[in-house]
Design a protein. Structure first.
Length: 227
């Protein structure tokens, strides 16, 4: 493991906004903030928005700056990536930001029923190989996990460069009768269709991977649906 990664792991442990239990199994996690994020960490009743597979936390940080009356939590298994968002939040004194380091499979160990108000999934692993669709973060099994922690009607946002994942998500929306609020096969070309506010949120906040994909000339896809 590189010196840089070790340094970041060590620094994560000092941040007041990072939670990373040593265990990775759901059954072994007894997380004290589960169901108590508002009361015990954020100290307010503002809605909680999750960024799943947050990487460097671009949407967690970007939205926290824009919406001080909302709380934002990024979740990712990669501590060295997550460090960037956590450090930015500490440096900028963003008190409406937190990060959880673990696999998204264990999300129900960290959040109680109806605790989450909105979910962002920016550029997740598309799992393109046949037989891996259940691992996609918009598959029915993951959506059921989200329902177990989210308020009824919670909105899920998917951004991806992968056309197959975009089409899969649209199929899931239709098959499972989720409420479709918006979709685009080419976000940057459809400002009018998406509307001014949504378009700004989708294009003015860019993840590290999104910037790389845009440089490669790839189209960015988007689905927004209610669960």
């Amino acid at each position: 493991m590189g010196h840089n990664k070790l340094k970041r792991f060590a620094e994560n442990a000092t941040f007041p906004n990072v939670f990373q239990p040593e265990v990775t199994g759901d059954a072994k996690i007894s997380f004290p903030l589960k169901g108590k994020w508002n009361a015990d960490f954020f100290k307010n009743n503002n809605p909680i928005i999750l960024e799943l597979g947050c990487g460097k936390g671009e949407y967690t940080i970007g939205q926290a700056r824009r919406f001080p009356n909302k709380n934002f939590i990024g979740m990712d298994i990669k501590g060295a990536r997550l460090w960037r968002g956590a450090k930015t939040a500490v440096d900028e004194k963003l008190t409406n930001v937190a990060f959880v380091r673990n696999r998204i499979d264990f999300i129900e160990a960290y959040f109680g029923p109806a605790e989450v108000s909105e979910i962002w999934i920016p550029f997740p692993d598309p799992y393109p190989r046949q037989g891996k669709t259940e691992k996609r973060l918009v598959s029915a099994s993951f959506v059921q996990r989200y329902r177990n922690i989210a308020k009824p009607g919670t909105i899920v946002h998917l951004k991806t460069d992968n056309e197959g994942l975009y089409e899969f998500c649209m199929e899931q929306v239709e098959t499972n009768k989720y409420k479709l609020f918006a979709n685009s096969a080419d976000v940057y070309a459809e400002a009018e269709k998406l509307g001014e506010e949504r378009y700004a949120l989708l294009t003015q906040i860019q993840t590290y991977y999104e910037k790389q994909f845009l440089l490669q000339g790839k189209k960015i896809h988007y689905v927004e649906f209610g669960i």
